[in-house]
Write a protein that binds this ligand. Structure first.
Ligand code: CA
Length: 229
């Protein structure tokens, strides 16, 4: 069964190009030319696996569409299609909940590689063990893929969950950013390692007592990150 991909792009020639290539790669596609159309399609097709969202749109911007989709769906994979001139920092700053971004112009191979990596992640590994990993005040439940802090559920995207899991499995150990990238995004990931920092910044806002002075996810300068002291 092909994965279902939403393609939000207002320029019809670019949209057709993406759709043709995704179909060729075995994906099922749903098209939208405006932000509103995209939101309507998401509502009518709750089984969409990945949404590709162009940033520059006639009725709104892709970040806003991303924010609305993410508010109602933690499971869906979201990839932003950004122009070279749009800084990823803008995405970071907006904290809209995207999992990845692809800079235009991109090759069909690059795009499908990124979608595949995201699908592998959002589908998740088989849920066999019911273990909980505890790292006070956190408890990670690997059966439900949920995180609690002081008994309160912290809502995470699948990517954020995967990052917390690798941290908690390696508590106290400094992890290179590249190792986090490979563990979470897979060996074949062709994007930039910066996506790790983007997600960590968002995670800190969700789990740290004071995100500007993190104590759970610590930065190891010039290397990566470490869970705990
Ligand atoms: Ca556009």
């Amino acid at each position: 069964m092909g994965k279902k991909i939403l393609v939000l792009e207002d320029e019809s020639n670019i949209r057709s190009f993406i759709v043709i290539n995704l179909k060729r790669a075995g994906y099922e596609t749903i098209e939208a030319g405006t932000g509103q159309e995209a939101l309507d399609q998401i509502k009518h097709n709750p089984d969409i696996d990945v949404a590709l969202l162009d940033v520059m749109l006639p009725d709104t911007d892709g970040f806003e569409v991303c924010r609305v989709i993410r508010a109602g769906n933690k499971r869906i994979g979201i990839i932003m299609l950004t122009a070279r001139t749009q800084e990823m920092d803008k995405v970071t700053g907006l904290m809209t909940g995207a999992d990845d971004y692809v800079t235009k112009p991109f090759s069909p191979a690059e795009l499908t590689a990124r979608i595949d990596a995201l699908c592998r992640r959002t589908t998740g590994e088989p849920v066999m063990n019911t273990d909980e990993i505890a790292s006070p005040p956190f408890v990670l439940n690997t059966a439900n893929r949920t995180l609690e802090k002081n008994g309160q559920r912290v809502k995470l995207t699948q990517v954020e969950y995967a990052i917390v899991k690798i941290f908690m499995e390696n508590a106290g150990k400094a992890l290179p950013r590249e190792a986090i990238l490979e563990a979470v995004w897979g060996k074949d990931y062709v994007g930039e390692v910066k996506i790790v920092d983007v997600n960590i910044r968002r995670l800190r806002i969700k789990i740290e007592d004071d995100p500007t002075n993190p104590t759970y996810i610590n930065t190891v300068w010039g290397y990566g990150y470490k869970w705990g002291a």
